[in-house]
Design a protein around this ligand. Structure first.
Ligand SMILES: Cc1ncc(CO)c(N)n1
Length: 209
């Protein structure tokens, strides 16, 4: 079994907690209060800029040109996602340059610290949960998302083949890492925990209802 598969399986508790989280379930049902989604999109735009910078740092540290090109394509995918956020922002009155809230700051601080100070493999381990989790959520939610959910486009984006393909490319880089490096599993799990905290933060934004 490849390292990416093993780490994903070891983190199924957190993957399930994200999938079953009321924020995520509210996206599928369409019942998620809009101010909470707007808050999430603004925080996510801040997050994604850090995520793109982490790819740029990984690119700078990559050992060969083919790995550099992988990081370039992955980074381009993040900029595409940010374009989607701009569309949501226009539609839903989102502040796309917010102050980062605590869970956002914790996640971006973690990613950028790893990206600045650690080797490429550790960066890949910290960045993989973001992609695999969202590909998983998109694919899991697509069949149960209500046609009338205002968040349907969000689900479709992450359920797309394009996201799955990019996720696999990142996972292949993880599979090439030294499976004896325990720091890889630690970073993967830290990122999964931060993902859950990110949903939880958005759920609790703007009070009940
Ligand atoms: C917090 C977070 N994790 C993962 C993704 C998927 O790119 C995202 N947009 N935001």
């Amino acid at each position: 079994m490849g390292l990416s598969t093993r780490l994903w399986e070891e983190n199924q508790d957190l993957a399930r907690a994200c999938r079953d989280h009321p924020f995520v379930q509210g996206i599928a049902s369409g019942e998620l209060p809009r101010p909470r989604f707007a808050f999430y999109v603004g925080q996510d735009a801040f997050y994604l800029e850090a995520y793109a910078r982490a790819y740029a740092l990984a690119l700078a540290k990559a050992p060969d040109r083919s790995t550099m090109l992988e990081f370039r394509d992955l980074m381009e995918g993040v900029f595409e996602e940010l374009r989607l956020h701009q569309q949501y922002a226009r539609r839903w009155n989102v502040d796309l340059a917010p102050q980062p809230a605590p869970a956002t700051q914790a996640y971006t601080d973690f990613l950028l610290r790893v990206a600045w100070s650690e080797p490429v493999g550790r960066i890949v381990a910290a960045m993989t949960p973001c992609m695999r989790l969202y590909a998983h959520l998109g694919q899991a939610l697509q069949p149960v998302t209500k046609a009338e959910s205002p968040y349907r486009e969000w689900v479709e984006t992450y359920a797309s083949q394009e996201i799955e393909d990019l996720t696999r490319r990142l996972e292949r880089l993880l599979d090439a890492c030294d499976p004896g490096d325990r720091g890889l599993a630690a970073h993967y799990r830290t990122a999964m925990r931060l993902e859950l905290a990110f949903f939880d933060q958005a759920w609790h934004a703007h009070g009940p209802g």
